[in-house]
Design a protein around this ligand. Structure first.
Ligand code: FES
Length: 118
């Protein structure tokens, strides 16, 4: 894999009256932009890729973010949450436990150990 981490941020938008709701109305577009800015600012470009994603099917727990290759699923609501993911997950290689989605989305679904290639 080219990147150490590949981050997908759901920016799916549904009409306001849709009972499923969506991540866009919970601020995910700003979350995506802030992730990209911080990755750039910290010189992580080339190691970390941030991509916009469609619905990840975890709408009720959004804004939905998943990071591969670890397959760790987070609810990322604020800029502070983004900073926690960058500082702890990307830099310290530690899962941000308090932001994990509940099972079965929680960490490491693909069975990979949580370890970043050097
Ligand atoms: S709308 Fe974001 S996970 Fe479904």
């Amino acid at each position: 894999m080219k990147y150490q981490h590949h981050i997908f941020v759901c920016t799916n938008r549904r009409p306001d009256d849709n009972p499923k709701g969506c991540c866009a109305t919970k601020g995910s577009e700003a979350i995506l932009s802030f992730f990209k800015e911080e990755v750039q600012k910290r010189g992580l470009k080339g190691k970390v890729r941030v991509n916009q994603a469609g619905c990840l099917d975890t709408c009720a727990m959004g804004p939905s973010v998943v990071i591969y290759p670890e397959a760790v699923w987070y609810t990322v609501r604020t800029e502070e949450d983004v900073l926690a993911v960058i500082d702890q997950h990307l830099i310290q290689n530690k899962v941000v436990e308090e932001m994990l989605m509940p099972a079965p989305w929680a960490k490491g679904q693909n069975g990979l150990p949580f370890k970043t290639p050097k």
